[in-house]
Design a protein around this ligand. Structure first.
Ligand SMILES: C=Cc1c2[nH]c(c1C)Cc1[nH]c(c(CCC(=O)O)c1C)Cc1[nH]c(c(C)c1CCC(=O)O)Cc1[nH]c(c(C)c1C=C)C2
Ligand code: 5AD
Ligand code: SF4
Length: 451
């Protein structure tokens, strides 16, 4: 049997499992937990602990067909302007709730397309956030950037507000692949954007790529990787295309007959990963690569890598405050997601209440399992003594799961007294192995495929 056949026989191509950007995952959230919990949790934050802040901008000028992010198309700035007013109102509400003296350690703007904001709105939003939660001295500010929807003035405005990291969407450079996902993005435009960002002093750059897109072949992906190498990013995210047309209606425009099959997807991921390794990138977690000097590598090597809603991070702030429609906050006692639709979010804020509409209150068992899953997703190793030191005797309750995994996944894992480790060959199984610790995995969510 080939390696791929062995992985296949363990369910790699059949499993539908979460990406575990949180545990429990968002589909488990319930409407029992909403704004009253959000208000109580925010008012009791420890002002001595800096927080991370995420701002969601759910607007794009173009709507790429492959995209599963929560965003809406707009050709004018008027909905964006009203949304900015609502964000300012949400921040005013939060100001009246938060303890005095709280600082912001990290700020991330994502979407959608934050760079749809013109310079003057960039300043307004940044000032609104900073006036409510002032940045700590060593704060970091990262922004998701669409190279076709940005110019030097916008980059200058972001840099003036303190942006020191940027993440740019690429997906694939091949013209046929781009046409088949409704996203035309010439290499020159992307390269100019990268140069402008570097000239503005942004020296930590991530690029997003996706494998498994329609018409993608190994030759086309190799060409994309070559072009990405010219851009010399510090980090690369390589996501498997999640085809979930029941969730993301615009994916109905994707020609399913042009999608690579499961085996082809596996080979695409392996090919790209080996090219990145040859170019000096270190694989991080299930879908990232970073240069050795990058903070993400340093974090991975010292066991400080974390996973949050944006993926992998070296961010150590335990609390994340999510602002805007659909944003999720991670608070000491649980998760809260703001109303997903922009209209519903706006209605709640206009009524003078926080916008939390669904969430989940942590039980002690959730926190233990969340940490076990995060260790596997970040380090590919579950450190048993560390888990016992943090959670005490309940951690031993996971022992039967370690043994089940060792039995089921045999040569792809190692189980000793101190650790359950996923071997290099077993990396594609990581999400499936992590899901063995998920007590809610039967909760009926329709996830995309695991590989
Ligand atoms: C890489 C960035 C992405 C984020 N979410 C998605 C992508 C591509 C898309 C996505 N999110 C979910 C699914 C289905 C399950 C799966 O295949 O793993 C897909 C394809 C699940 C999910 N994750 C979040 C939510 C709110 C949901 C579904 C519930 C819903 O909204 O209907 C949290 C979340 N993930 C990302 C963000 C920015 C985010 C929070 C707003 C990243
Ligand atoms: C924020 C990042 O999420 C990725 N992204 C957006 N939609 C999908 C999807 N359906 N499947 C996989 N990745 C996706 C893109 O790479 C984008 O740049
Ligand atoms: S990939 Fe980016 S630009 Fe395209 S629809 Fe999604 S959020 Fe908008």
């Amino acid at each position: 049997m080939t390696q791929m056949q062995r992985l296949e026989s363990l369910g790699l191509f059949d499993a539908r499992v979460p990406r575990y950007t949180s545990y429990p995952t968002a589909p488990v959230f319930s409407t029992d937990t909403g704004s009253p919990f959000q208000t109580e949790q925010l008012s009791n934050l420890d002002p001595a602990q800096p927080v991370s802040v995420y701002v969601h901008i759910p607007f794009c000028e173009r709507l790429c067909w492959f995209c599963a992010c929560r965003t809406q198309g707009t050709k004018t700035l008027s909905p964006v302007e009203s949304y900015l007013e609502t964000l300012e109102a949400e921040l005013a509400l939060i100001r009246s709730i938060l303890p005095r003296g709280l600082r912001m350690g990290r700020l991330h703007w994502g979407g959608g397309t934050p760079t749809i904001l013109p310079p003057q709105m960039i300043h307004r939003l940044a000032q609104a956030v900073k006036s409510v939660i002032p940045p700590s001295e060593d704060w970091e500010f990262s922004v998701e950037i669409d190279p076709t929807m940005v110019d030097r003035d916008k980059i200058a405005a972001l840099a003036a507000e303190g942006m020191n990291r940027a993440s740019i969407g690429i997906q694939d450079f091949d013209p046929l692949v781009q046409a088949s996902i409704g996203r035309i993005q010439p290499f020159d435009v992307t390269r100019d954007c990268v140069n402008d960002l570097r000239e503005a002093g942004v020296n930590s750059l991530n690029t997003d790529l996706v494998y498994g897109l329609p018409h993608q072949t190994e030759a086309r992906l190799i060409d994309t990787v070559d072009k990405v190498r010219i851009l010399a990013p510090d980090r690369i995210a390589l996501f498997g295309y999640a085809h979930v047309p029941w969730m993301s209606k615009r994916q109905k425009l994707i020609d399913e007959t042009a999608l690579p099959d499961e085996r082809a997807r596996y080979r695409l991921a392996e090919t790209a990963a080996s090219l990145f390794s040859e170019s000096g990138f270190t694989p991080i977690g299930i879908d990232h690569f970073a240069r050795p000097a990058d903070e993400l590598c340093q974090a991975a090597w010292s066991g400080r890598l974390r996973r949050n809603f944006q993926g992998y991070t070296a961010d150590h702030c335990p609390v994340l405050i999510g602002l805007g429609a659909s944003s999720i906050s991670r608070l000491p006692g649980g998760y809260v997601q703001n109303a997903p639709a922009t209209a519903a979010y706006t209605q709640r804020i206009d009524a003078g209440k926080l916008a939390g509409s669904r969430g989940h209150v942590f039980s002690p068992e959730d926190l233990l399992r969340a940490r076990a899953i995060e260790m596997l997703m970040c380090d590919m190793t579950l450190n048993i003594p560390a888990l016992e030191a943090e959670f005490g005797p309940p951690a031993a309750g996971l022992a039967p799961i370690h043994r089940q995994i060792a039995n089921r996944f045999g040569a792809f894992v190692d189980l000793g007294d101190n650790a359950l480790s996923i071997r290099r060959s077993g990396r594609p199984l990581t999400r499936i192995i992590a899901s063995a610790y998920d007590a809610y995995s039967e909760a009926g969510a329709h996830y995309s495929q695991a590989s």
